[in-house]
Design a protein around this ligand. Structure first.
Ligand code: IYR
Length: 220
């Protein structure tokens, strides 16, 4: 058996005051994050995208397998293909596949089958989850794949926001067309699509309220 190698943890203990101040600062910063559906076509540098992807890829994962691929689309033709395919599915969703209750729950967001942001935002990030890996033709197992990729997606959304950009968690359904358009291998499945960029000058967001502390916390 291979001997595990351990190294000292790089960690510095902060004072209680510093910890509380940091927690409150992060709370305020993250509370200003909003899902945005109206994008500007203002460009974003590739270096920024690479940095936020590496932040996402630093997420914990089952057996540290990092079972994800981040596909970054800036090519206008590919974006147009993705938009056409997503809108085709979404049209069906909004015209019969989604229940009345579901449509009513979405009223406050004023969404529709039209997805202009898919061609306007400078980048589309499509996260693929890897059910298993293939190295030199050999399959190897991944573990807790959905949990791992969900955590990475959370890191990505936080990184995008803290960087000063906006995004939206978009899940066209079904989204297997992404597998075909992006020519991903059989072991990968589309997980989430995130347009990334700057908001449109006149971007608006719905007035929403977040749940209060006592609605989301139970102490034991
Ligand atoms: N996927 C559709 C519908 C949709 C569903 C939920 I749940 C949302 O929170 C928002 C939209 C769409 O993208 O419009």
């Amino acid at each position: 058996m291979k001997q595990p190698i351990f190294i000292p943890l790089a960690f510095e203990i902060s004072s209680e005051d510093e910890i509380l101040a940091a927690a409150q600062t992060i709370k305020t910063q993250m509370d200003s994050r909003r899902s945005v559906r109206y994008f500007s076509d203002r460009p974003v540098s590739k270096d920024v995208i690479e940095a936020i992807i590496m932040t996402a890829s630093s997420a914990p994962s089952g057996a540290h397998k990092q079972p994800w691929t981040f596909c970054i689309v800036s090519d206008p033709q590919i974006k147009a293909k993705i938009r056409a395919a997503a809108e085709k599915e979404e049209y069906e969703n909004y015209h019969g596949r989604m229940s009345e209750e579901w449509l009513k729950d979405l009223e406050k967001f004023d969404t529709s089958w039209e997805k202009e942001f898919l061609t306007v935002a400078p980048y589309l990030i499509i996260i693929f989850k890897k059910a298993y890996d293939i190295h030199d033709g050999l399959k190897s197992k991944n573990y807790y794949v959905s949990e791992s990729v969900g955590i990475a997606a959370g890191f990505l959304i936080a990184a995008i926001h803290l960087t000063g950009l906006v995004t939206l968690t978009h899940t066209p359904s079904p989204m297997n067309f992404l597998q075909d358009i992006l020519e991903r291998p059989e072991n990968e499945r589309p997980y989430l699509l995130l347009p990334v960029g700057f908001p449109a000058d006149d971007a608006q967001v719905p007035l929403l309220h977040r749940k209060a502390l006592d609605e989301v916390i139970k102490w034991y």
